[in-house]
Design a protein around this ligand. Structure first.
Ligand code: BGC
Length: 418
């Protein structure tokens, strides 16, 4: 379906449907935070809203990366009954705002001085044509390598800081019967791994050219071919049961010592924390090989929908306010593994991984190393992202696929999806 036809059908359906009025002071919140660490994090928001006298209607749609949640959201929105707020990423926010579904949050933003407390790069993703339509919750760093410390100590190995080292370390681990890399074979996880490798091969500037500017030459160029080549090689360090595996199951393999490492955003830390594991003692967090000067950012936000009931609108405004309050920012991000989205927070309760992340976030904002995650919907539209996912996943799952052809296919698929 083209963008225009989809826009029209969504709007027509929305206009013709009767909106269901729900109870006074209720907020219905759609999210895909269903793993142990995630559920713990979102329950903080529920408790805070209930403490303020509102009722919370949980609308959780399982599925890491959020594709199922976005599909369900479309169904609800076209029936004219969207939730008050829905977890969402940068470009999706713009797409929903463009369709006319989102509400204006400028009043509450002004009262809370959001422009003053949020980094500009983050605030921009929550605005549509200069107006706030969403509230950012956190900043996740995606280019992280998680490692089981006991395995590395026992094997006398160092956590790899280049892909060459990764292959050497991986060979030794394999020889000793340990799965080097825990991975879940799902398109968004394949893309998470691929973008980490591509970032190392391309560097910050070309990463942006490929995944933000969608530059055909870089997408099909030699460095992208190298990225596909390394990506394919990494597959030999993943166990054969990976297809379909959820990301948190992969994290638990690192937690319980079945696998040595995982490439995953720092929501994985939420799982380590929920299992009472400590960074530096039980596990380590390091930038994915070759990317210590980069920070692939992924900002979770809640997009706020237009709803009719006056009491619910009030609850909705309170929700927006609560999300950016210091107490919520602290507890939520401690559980979630991310860093607060406000830069004026007391970070004394945060662990070393979070402190490293905050430092890298600030440093890379100055050097150009702060790049948006393609795999997590921050760098381009959902249409282009979907086209990239297809090429990346098909390549990963095809033994005979050729890296050069894959890079050419990537460029073509992106062009067709624009
Ligand atoms: C979201 C995270 C979430 C992860 C796994 C990412 O796209 O940004 O908040 O924990 O998916 O579901």
């Amino acid at each position: 379906m083209t963008m225009n036809i989809m826009k029209k059908s969504l709007l027509t359906l929305a206009l013709f449907s009767t909106s269901q009025l729900s109870q006074a002071g209720e907020v219905e919140v759609l999210h895909w935070w269903t793993s142990g660490g995630e559920a713990k994090s979102v329950s903080v928001l529920k408790e805070m809203m209930e403490k303020d006298g509102h009722s919370w209607k949980d609308f959780a749609v399982a599925g890491g990366g959020g594709e199922s949640a976005m599909t369900v959201l479309k169904t609800r929105a076209v029936s004219g009954n969207p939730p008050a707020a829905a977890q969402m990423k940068g470009h999706n926010i713009q797409e929903w705002a463009d369709l006319g579904f989102l509400t204006n949050l400028d009043d509450v933003a002004k009262q809370g001085n959001w422009d003053g407390i949020l980094p500009k790069v983050v605030a921009d993703t929550a605005k549509y044509e200069g107006h706030y339509v969403a509230v950012p919750v956190n900043v996740h760093r995606v280019n992280w390598l998680w490692a089981n410390k006991a395995i590395f100590d026992k094997e006398g190995l160092k956590v790899p800081s280049s892909w060459d080292e990764f292959f050497k370390v991986g060979d030794k681990l394999k020889a000793d019967g340990i799965i080097p890399l825990a991975h879940g074979g799902q398109p968004w996880q394949d893309a998470t791994l691929f973008e980490a490798i591509a970032l190392e091969k391309l560097g910050n500037e070309d990463y942006n050219k490929a995944f933000v500017e969608l530059d055909q030459d870089v997408l099909s160029g030699d460095k992208m071919v190298e990225a596909f080549t390394t990506f394919k090689k990494v597959r030999d360090y993943i166990d054969s049961n990976s297809p379909g595996r959820d990301w948190n199951v992969a994290t638990s393999m690192v937690i319980n010592g079945q696998a040595a490492m995982q490439v995953m955003g720092d929501w994985a830390k939420g799982e380590f924390s929920a299992a009472n594991k400590q960074p530096g003692t039980d596990y380590t967090c390091s930038p994915t090989p070759g990317t210590s000067n980069s920070f692939t950012f992924n900002v979770d936000s809640f997009a706020f929908f237009q709803i009719k009931d006056k009491e619910n609108q009030k609850a909705q405004q309170d929700l927006a306010k609560t999300i950016l309050s210091k107490p919520f920012q602290e507890v939520f991000n401690l559980n979630k593994g991310s860093i607060p989205v406000r830069l004026d927070m007391d970070m004394s309760k945060f662990d070393q991984c979070a402190l490293d992340s905050m430092e890298a976030f600030k440093a890379t904002a100055d050097t150009g190393g702060l790049v948006p995650s393609m795999a997590h919907g921050m760098s381009t539209t959902s249409y282009v992202q979907g086209a990239m996912f297809d090429v990346i996943t098909n390549f990963f799952n095809d033994n005979d696929a050729d890296p050069k052809t894959a890079a050419e296919k990537l460029a073509k698929a992106v062009k067709a999806a624009q």
